[in-house]
Design a protein around this ligand. Structure first.
Ligand code: GTR
Length: 350
């Protein structure tokens, strides 16, 4: 009750930035509801979400697959995509996302839809560009325009930029999921890869409605400890991606030692952090250590963290209330990752 709000406000003002608290008008339009998707095993829904505020409108297109064999409300993996909804699967009926002309199925290897459906989970996804097209020149198209922040110059030093906008988007999808009669909103598994892994950790910290948080290879500004300065550093990330974190974060360029916090804050909800052995840029050891140290906080709640500060052998997950694996291979989302996330969700939700 005391320390958590303090830490949250430091993370907000110094790292990820504040989102304006204005209430935005939201409407949902069902564009598709088809019960014979994925060879008849799933229902595919596509929902257009419209946000309006100050006379400005922004739209996001949500794609969902829900298992037909589950007769009760289903738990759902919510995972934003990088290249447009149509790239998640070769399903010809997926409506392409507004900011992408990438080919159908282009990212299908990262989205084992059948496996997720067979395991009794739904899948919900949106192209992350719908909330902030990922470029330092595209503030005007982002949802920040709704709040009178259509360019970088309009944003205060502690104001949210792209990561805060994506995080806002994850929370708005949760608002929708709470209204969907087929979804168990108390069992939403929030997942993000890489820059969206940074985002999913921030969403997990700010929006406790998510039952489980998964960070896949999130690196600097995600699960990796900034003070280690291994792989990508605060200085590098703020130069390469000036539109991601709040401007105050730049104060710590080459001065990680002055950060008042480091990257561990989700307790007591189940948390899974994963690394890949060859993804040195994300600093697997740093991702592991922040996860291990977070265990101290889970202990305060009588729960088990990783219970070791020695990195496990590759491909050997540790699965307590806090979970971790370091898989062989490069920066990616693979079947190995998904199989373990499903096991973890089964452990805590079923
Ligand atoms: C890299 C960036 C990382 C990570 C990654 C990704 O270019 O340096 O922080 O976010 O992109 O999102 O794929």
């Amino acid at each position: 009750q005391i320390r958590r709000p303090e830490l949250l406000s430091v993370f907000t003002e110094q790292v990820y930035g504040k989102m304006p608290a204005d209430k935005v008008d939201v409407s949902y339009k069902k564009l598709d509801d088809n019960h014979s998707a994925v060879n008849g095993s799933a229902t595919r829904k596509q929902i257009e979400i419209t946000f309006s505020h100050n006379g400005i409108e922004r739209k996001a297109l949500l794609l969902m697959y829900l298992p037909n064999h589950v007769k009760t409300k289903v738990p759902v993996f919510l995972h934003f995509n990088f290249q447009g909804n149509q790239t998640v699967s070769s399903d010809p009926d997926i409506i392409p996302s507004q900011y992408s002309d990438r080919p159908r199925g282009n990212q299908a290897s990262r989205w084992p839809v059948e496996k997720i459906i067979d395991a009794g989970y739904g899948l919900a996804t949106i192209h992350y560009f719908d909330f902030f097209p990922d470029s330092k020149d595209r503030y005007a198209e982002s949802i920040l325009a709704l709040f009178g922040h259509p360019s970088e110059g309009d944003i205060p030093a502690d104001g949210g930029q792209a990561i805060a906008a994506w995080a806002w988007g994850y929370s708005r999808v949760m608002d929708y999921l709470e209204t969907d009669w087929q979804v168990d909103a108390s069992k939403i598994i929030l997942m993000g890869h890489s820059r969206l892994g940074k985002t999913s950790l921030w969403v997990g910290a700010t929006d406790p409605r998510f039952a489980i948080v998964i960070s896949n290879e999130s690196g600097c500004g995600g699960a990796a400890l900034s003070r280690r300065q291994v792989g990508e550093t605060v200085n590098r990330i703020n130069h390469a991606f000036p539109h991601w974190f709040c401007k105050n974060f730049r104060r710590y360029n080459k001065k990680e030692g002055e950060l008042p916090i480091d990257q561990h804050l989700i307790a007591p909800r189940p948390l899974y952090v994963a690394s890949a052995e060859e993804d040195r840029w994300s600093d697997p050891k740093g991702e592991f250590l922040s996860t291990a140290y977070a265990g101290e906080v889970y202990k305060l709640y009588g729960m088990k963290g990783l219970e070791t500060t020695t990195m496990p052998t590759v491909n050997m997950p540790i699965m307590n209330r806090v979970a971790y694996h370091n898989r062989t291979g490069v920066h990616d989302v693979t079947d190995f990752d998904w199989e373990n996330y499903i096991k973890f969700a089964d452990k805590w939700l079923k």
